[in-house]
Design a protein around this ligand. Structure first.
Ligand SMILES: NC(=O)c1ccc[n+]([C@@H]2O[C@H](COP(=O)([O-])OP(=O)(O)OC[C@H]3O[C@@H](n4cnc5c(N)ncnc54)[C@H](O)[C@@H]3O)[C@@H](O)[C@H]2O)c1
Length: 338
């Protein structure tokens, strides 16, 4: 049995990670959540309900002194990730970490060498890659059913930033020193690892970041980003300034195209249109099974002592693309990824 600790027991830990650990038979047989650490104790009762044997700590060092941990699952806000990653990696504790890797590119750069040289398993919570929608799209692109994908456009419209748990700082997403940025960091991070999954690392980045509606936010509420590849342009349009929630995507290629409208994925080519039913990708209840698949991959890597740095590089590249997007918007210029 692998012994793990969840650090940060707020919304995503309770509604996503915990339910994944409990709902999956393989995870139940291989993983024991031995402890939880959080600076506030609001969800202490929920811990008793879900993991009656687990201990609750409000101090990280006490937890390290008292528990023999195989892994930690970091679910705290971004500005705390680097410190926990550093302290766990140097102790040889495997790490599952929520996105983004850190709140700044500079901090992320400092971490990569350290994590690599610690020979631990590091997996970022890039759970979209385990969802039916994104896996199906990946298969369409990889199998060339679209020919060459020339233009890929992703739209995410929201009314405001999501809140964090009420017990800590519910508006941390709109405070740059906690989050590292606005909707670009919060939602764009997902699209930057999906970009790598579909097309690899882009050649150039252009971006327009603005605060259009939520002037009280300390971060952008709207982000339009273009990623340029040799034969593909990928465009990501994100806003917290909409009147209703909506998600859509179009991917057009030389031989076929895909369109997603929250109910189905439509594939069209010269033979006609095929409708593939899909769950609503923005429904957070869907996340549980995606997290379970991701955590199983993490456990498998620990069992096989697979300390490949591929996921670490993916998370670091997300940080790089976030950083370049901010620079591109500031300079109003297309920037080479290098
Ligand atoms: N992968 C996804 O789809 C997804 C979805 C939601 C959130 N997230 C990420 O998960 C993380 C947490 O988000 P959330 O929505 O659960 O936030 P939240 O505010 O609901 O929960 C954060 C928890 O961390 C605790 N905390 C704060 N500082 C701490 C510290 N120094 N040490 C220990 N605990 C601390 C808070 O008390 C709180 O309980 C963020 O990195 C966020 O980007 C990812």
């Amino acid at each position: 049995m692998l012994k793990g600790a969840i650090i940060g027991f707020g919304n995503i830990a309770v509604r996503g990670h915990v339910l994944a650990y409990l709902s999956d038979e393989v995870l139940r047989s291989k993983v024991q959540i031995a402890s939880v650490m959080d600076v506030v104790g609001q969800n202490r009762e929920l811990l008793r309900q879900y993991f009656p044997e687990a201990k609750f700590y409000t101090d990280f060092l006490s937890m390290l002194e008292n528990e023999r941990l195989d892994f930690v699952d970091i679910c705290t806000p971004p500005h705390t990730h680097a410190d926990y990653i550093q302290r766990c990696a140097t102790k040889g504790i495997h790490i599952l970490c929520e996105k983004p890797l850190t709140e700044t590119y500079a901090k992320a750069s400092g971490l990569v060498k350290l994590v690599r040289e610690s020979h631990i398993v590091f997996v970022p919570c890039h759970q979209y890659k385990y969802s039916p929608l994104w896996k199906t799209i990946h298969e369409f692109i990889a199998s060339k059913k679209l020919g060459t994908a020339t233009l890929a456009q992703f739209n995410v419209f929201r009314l405001h930033a999501d809140s964090g748990t009420t017990a800590w700082s519910p508006d941390w997403r709109t405070k740059r020193n906690h989050s590292g940025g606005g909707i670009l960091v919060d939602t764009g991070a997902h699209y930057f690892y999906l970009a790598q999954y579909f097309f690899g690392v882009p050649k150039r980045v252009f971006s327009v970041l603005r605060t259009l509606k939520h002037v009280d936010y300390d971060v952008e509420d709207t982000a339009l980003v273009t990623l340029e590849y040799d034969q593909t342009l990928m465009q990501v349009n994100l806003t917290w300034a909409a009147n209703q929630r909506a998600n859509s995507l179009h991917i057009v290629g030389t031989e076929g195209s895909l369109f997603y409208n929250e109910k189905a994925l439509l594939f069209s080519n010269s033979a006609g249109t095929q409708e593939i039913p899909m769950p609503d990708v923005s429904d957070k209840n869907q996340y549980v099974s995606w997290y379970a698949a991701l955590i199983k991959e993490f456990v498998k890597r620990i069992e096989e002592q697979n300390t490949s740095d591929d996921f670490l590089c993916e998370a670091f590249n997300v940080m790089k693309m976030l950083d370049l997007s901010y620079k591109a918007s500031e300079k109003n210029a297309m920037i080479d990824v290098g």
